[in-house]
Design a protein around this ligand. Sequence first.
Ligand code: ZN
Length: 91
Amino acid sequence: MSTLGSGEKTKRGNTIMATTNCTICKTQIKGYGHNASPIAKNGTACDKCNASHIVPTRMALMGVSSPLEAASLVASEVHLIKTIYGTEVAA
Ligand SMILES: [Zn+2]
């Protein structure tokens, strides 16, 4: 049980962290979360979305994968990116 607010320290010296929700799946993030770029520009992603969406997209964009693999990875994220940004984002 805790009545401490964000930024305050517990008796054991642990700092209470503000809770935030994942920009992608909207679930509450445990811990610090991850930068949601390039799926969402100013968002925070949970561990699951980071592993399943953010990292594969970054790898594809960096050219780590083969061109065909990169194209299919990014294409699979187009729907998700449109969902977050709205339909005006060019694919
Ligand atoms: Zn998530």
